[in-house]
Ligand binder design. Structure first.
Ligand code: TYC
Length: 93
């Protein structure tokens, strides 16, 4: 009898996306990326500029719970400071 290997589904990965807006200062976006996503100044500036120019940028690809927790943390920081900065999460194809 052929051995049936139990298929272990790999958990789906999620993307955290940074969304551009017209009001949040660039420096604030960079600060949030560094504080919440532990990015270097250079990486944070690059991602911020990509979102600024293209409308959105991928910040992180990770497990769903981490993606959701981190994007909420980042949105909350912006809310406290009175900025409309937005992060979204979506499953990777
Ligand atoms: N567009 C903003 C500005 O010109 C800066 C910004 C960049 C805001 C990226 C959000 O995801 C963002 N002040």
């Amino acid at each position: 009898m052929p051995k049936t290997k139990p298929k272990l589904e790999r958990p789906k990965l999620y993307k955290v996306m940074l969304v551009n807006d017209d009001y949040t200062p660039r420096e604030f976006v960079v600060m949030v990326l560094k504080a919440v996503f532990r990015m270097s100044e250079e990486a944070a500036s690059r991602v911020m500029l990509t979102a600024h120019r293209m409308g959105v940028a991928v910040v992180l690809v990770c497990a769903r719970d981490i993606a959701e927790t981190k994007s909420k943390e980042a949105i909350d920081l912006a809310k406290e400071a009175g900025f409309p900065l937005m992060f979204t999460t979506e499953p990777e194809e």
